[in-house]
Design a protein around this ligand. Structure first.
Ligand SMILES: NC(=O)c1ccc[n+]([C@@H]2O[C@H](COP(=O)([O-])OP(=O)(O)OC[C@H]3O[C@@H](n4cnc5c(N)ncnc54)[C@H](OP(=O)(O)O)[C@@H]3O)[C@@H](O)[C@H]2O)c1
Length: 264
């Protein structure tokens, strides 16, 4: 796929942050959009703004993707609306800061559902249509946290390790079939993520010191799409860190990540 003009892009987690930026960026390329998240009012405001600025069609589907039935419902709704999804961006996700033992079990299970199960189900549901058309792209938003364990954000980092590994495998399975699957690994990015994850003031300051903007992350993703990369780590320093974590002992990498997350 070389042009996004007239293509339909479904973005989960499109109400704010990186997802909203993806929406605005693809609209600039004259793609039609399907925005999915829980906050309908925010998405409707974005949709109105985008439609006015770029003259593209924007559908809004309010859905809690942390629920097991949500991915199936979303697929059925896009089918009923007659929408053919050319690009799927599995972006919705959240983290849980603090020690795992003290975190709420139901919140952890909701995170696994959203960050992993819904992402896998949406990929499984939309991919066959793309393969049949020999045209399509899927961006799964992972994280630099996928490259090593991250104490005090441990279950979240593990979900992103899953997303990275899963996406790389499906990239290889699909690359001769006209479908490009890509894992996008942002480092710390200035969005609502840290408030939602409640990682604490010290860790938030540490993480956001060299944070990228969501616009920078999306621009790097667009470049990765053009280059058909399997993995895009957003930003030079983040790329270096993701590579260097391979060359230090795993327990040392874990302890360094842990001390950053403790806010020391
Ligand atoms: N910010 C970072 O430092 C960073 C770094 C690496 C990776 N990431 C990843 O990037 C992705 C986007 O995060 P962000 O930084 O843009 O964070 P954000 O500003 O908190 O945005 C998260 C998005 O996900 C949606 N979402 C959350 N729970 C949902 C649910 N149950 N159902 C449907 N939508 C839901 C939110 O919309 P509603 O609340 O309206 O539902 C929102 O649109 C996530 O996968 C995150 O893990 C972020």
């Amino acid at each position: 796929m070389t042009s996004w003009n007239g293509k339909t892009v479904l973005i989960t987690g499109a109400s704010v942050g990186i997802g909203e930026c993806f929406a605005r960026r693809f609209a600039k390329e004259k793609a039609n959009l399907i925005l999915v998240a829980r906050r309908k009012d925010k998405m409707e405001a974005i949709a109105a703004d985008i439609a006015k600025a770029h003259g593209v069609t924007v559908d809004v589907i309010a859905k809690d993707l942390g629920k097991p039935e949500a991915a199936g419902e979303l697929f059925a709704e896009t089918e009923e609306l007659g929408l053919k999804v050319d690009v799927l961006i599995n972006n919705a996700g959240f983290g849980i800061g603090g020690t795992f033992a003290d975190s709420a079990l139901d919140r952890n299970l909701e995170m696994l559902q959203l960050n992993i199960t819904t992402l896998v189900e949406l990929t499984h549901r939309y991919l066959p249509g793309m393969i049949a058309r020999k045209d399509g792209a899927i961006i799964n938003v992972a994280s630099t946290a996928a490259f090593q364990a991250v104490p005090y954000l441990g279950a979240y980092a593990a979900t992103k390790a899953f997303v990275l590994s899963f996406s790389e495998a499906v990239w290889d399975e699909c690359r001769d079939q006209g479908v490009h699957v890509m894992a996008l690994c942002p480092g710390a990015t200035a969005t609502e993520f840290f408030d939602v994850a409640q990682v604490g003031a010290g860790a938030t300051t540490n993480m956001l010191r060299n944070a990228q903007t969501p616009e920078q992350v999306v621009e790097n993703a667009m470049q990765g799409l053009r280059s058909k990369n399997s993995v895009v780590v957003s930003g030079f320093v983040n790329s270096l860190m993701s590579i260097s974590s391979r060359f230090v002992p795993r327990d040392l990498a874990t302890r360094i990540a842990g001390s950053m997350m403790k806010g020391k």
